[in-house]
Design a protein around this ligand. Sequence first.
Ligand code: C2E
Ligand code: CA
Ligand code: CA
Length: 654
Amino acid sequence: MKLRREPSNVAWRSAAIDLLRVDDDNPELVRAQVEVLSRQLPLLLFICLINSWALAWTHYSVAPGLLAIGYPALITLGYCVPAWTWIGASYRPPAHDEACKLLQHAVVQAPIATSISIAWALSLLRYGDSYAQGHVIFTIGITVTSCIFCQLHLRPAVLLVAFTTAVAFLGLALTTDRPVFVVISLSMLLALAAMVYIALIFWRDFTTKIEFQKELAASQRENLLLANIDMLTQLPNRRQFFAKLQDLLRLLGGGGSFVIGAIDLDGFKAVNDLYGHVAGDRLLAEAGRRLMKISDVGTFFARLGGDEFGVIAQMDVNDENVRSLGSRICEALQAPFELQDGGVTISSSVGLAIYPKAGLTEERLFECADYALYHAKRRNRGRAVVFSLEHEGEIREAAILELCLREADFDKEMSLHFQPIVEGPGERVIAFEALARWRSPKVGPVAPDVFIRIAERSEMMSRLTQTLLRKALASVSQWPEHIGVTFNLSARDLASGESVANIIAILAASGISPGRIDFEVTETALMQDVSQARDALQELKAFGVGIALDDFGTGYSSLGYIRQFPIDRIKIDRSFIKDVEADPSCRAILKSVVDLCKNLQITCVVEGVETSSQWEALIELGCTTFQGYFFGKPMPADEAARFIDARQPVAEPL
Ligand code: C2E
Ligand code: CA
Ligand code: CA
């Protein structure tokens, strides 16, 4: 195939046009040129004026007066407009189109002004003595040099000024009969060539600098975008969420109203665990898309991290609107998610707080939304909860309790109650669950799930666990060897190698056989940091204690977890037992869990048995190990000792 070559004159012409045109499709370059030239061109015009008036002054007496001062007078008036325009541009940068026009005018004016100015100066050459002639040549030289250096940022102007000057000096060299003018002209041509060379290098460096700045600005823009967008869901990220919240608070300044919400996917961790991280990521991306779909004007969704999302909605905050926002979010996330291995259904819990009712600062508002979310997760899973006055009271109460707990003497104020765990139809006591009790001298008895939650939120939990464990082991040491103890651990106890080491040290110091001790952990505690929790449990197991999965059925309830952790027992939550006699579906679930445990060779303890009919129904389902008020309520240590004595198998008469 033959390539069609452009005729060389066409190529030359387009190269020449390229050299002489203003690059109007490069806005950054045009802006930078105008910025520099708006300072340099007024200066150049001033230099030209001074040089012209100086030349007029030296020639006024020798040349015709009109010729000498006519040109300087003309340009004094004529330069006013461009000088004014360029000075104005330095104060108020023009828009792109206007800037291009300004540059194009400068390019056209440069050779015209240069040729008129040189023609005028050369016309004075024939008047006056050689000093005056020297002044003419000096003026042309200095003016042209100023023209070139003041317009280095406008390549076409430099080239046209140089060309015009070169033509003028070539003409002088060819027409003069004075050898000195020939030499001066040739020197001028040489100097012009050098100046053009320098100008071209300068132009290359200038445009490279602008390109670099352009790329830098683009990458800064991209970085800014990356810093504010969550790449997985394409939603704004936590940083942008709080920046938006801050901006909104600043804008409203105490007036107006909006809703802020915290959204958490229930069961997401189970999906991640069972189907893998790729499926988890896909679910999150789809959740982001669904949230984006329901977002309308004034509603702003963001991914705050993990499976937590946030929403800020500017709206008329009446009950109906707020409730409708919550249910729209829950409904959007309830529909099945299509993953590679089929569809999964999860739900979402939402906590909402209303500005300014709930608070005026970003921390307070988010805290309230988070508290409402916590409530939704505990009591209204899959629903939206709006932060209320009742929650406000709970937060205040929790703050008072936290203060009391911080000041508490754990050794004196904390004690344990023990609840029997029985086996078989003969209700043989095999162990007791140790349950913490706190009687504060200031606020009286506090429910364990309340103070444990407060302790868990702070660094107090490890210290509390250590005190309680020592007390539990002291009681166990009084019991017969075949009776064990189960002790509850919290997420904090599993969160560091140090707290596990402390627990093991206490166990070792007690001298009690590790085989008599079980630690109970909940799924929620394990899920806080799966690999750390696994390491912690493995360390405890290596010491010889047993591990029980507590409250099974209230969390993600996936037996898939069990295989990931060294678990010996599961404890089925009492919420499953309530309706065991009346509800066939409840029985079916229990039956399948019991069978699965048998297959996995895991003991299954049923909690919360309150009546004999529940017990009988559970025995029918194949359950063997029980705990509940029906067998014995949690009791102080001395009562537990008496309970054991009363149930001691009576020795057969010899
Ligand atoms: P949990 O570990 O699930 O403990 C069982 C709870 O169910 C106990 O409540 C017990 O009194 C109650 N219970 C037992 N049988 C029945 C029954 O038949 N019917 C009903 N309605 N309830 C029954 P308690 O003692 O109030 O403890 C509440 C929670 O506090 C515990 O739930 C556990 O999560 C936490 N907790 C208690 N002691 C400790 C501790 O020493 N450390 C840690 N980390 N948590 C503890
Ligand atoms: Ca427990
Ligand atoms: Ca339990």
